[in-house]
Design a protein around this ligand. Sequence first.
Ligand code: IPD
Ligand code: CA
Length: 277
Amino acid sequence: MTNLSDDELVELERLAVESAQEAAQLVRRRPDDFGVEVKSSRTDVVTVVDAASERLLVERIRAIRPQDGFYGEEEVDASATSPLTWVLDPIDGTVNFLYDYPMYAVSVAVVEGDPRLPGAWRPVAAAVADVPAGTVYHARRGGGAYLLQGGHDDKLSVTRSSDIGTSLIATGFGYDAEKRGRQARVLMHVLPQIRDIRRGGSAALDLCHVAQGRLDGYYEMGINPWDMAAGWLVLTEAGGLASGAHGAPPSSECVVAAGKMLHPVLVDLVEEGLKHF
Ligand code: IPD
Ligand code: CA
């Protein structure tokens, strides 16, 4: 674990919040032409705003921390001389952004370790700016998790739910049709055993909503480090747990997040479901 003082962590958290807020302002000015291009499949899109938001984040952060690395959804720069890397999702929920469905965010996390290696990294400070809501979820290691709204910080905490049958759980799906079919089979196992399912369309906000108690839990197979880095810290600093399946750390393979009491039960349920994946 990198030896960062609380003052350093406070500075990193402030930079995460301020840069996420600035990028959110840019994303909020919806252009007439989104310049949509496709990525991994016909349904996986990127817009000119994703690229502009990531550029703003990298320029803003690099001006203050030129020694750190960057690992973003649209760009990778591994030429760091410090042990810290900024893991960026310039718009999480790009499809929602395209449709103006109000659930998309700018996700900024600074992590120690190599974010390209599953289990080899941890976030130390983070911010998730909910663009349509104009709010920012943020956290630093050991400092608690907060929602910044109208100039005020409210402390976040997860629900105390332990009963899976009355739990509201979110999940998400990838862009690959074959993989979606397998994710649907896991869902078929999970859905009859919970209160209900939500598919918001932004993994970063799903994790923050668990931190906030708007959801009891969240699981997904196939998200990327930039989808989860900031929300993961907000969740754990709000008293929640995040893991993978079968004792693994959270990774692109699987993320299961919930309050401490529900987490082991949700992990069991997802592991059962994964037999159909
Ligand atoms: C996606 C969102 C979505 C999740 C997908 C992600 P993007 O990110 O987080 O909720 O289900 O797995 O790829 O493409 O909107 O940045
Ligand atoms: Ca994303």
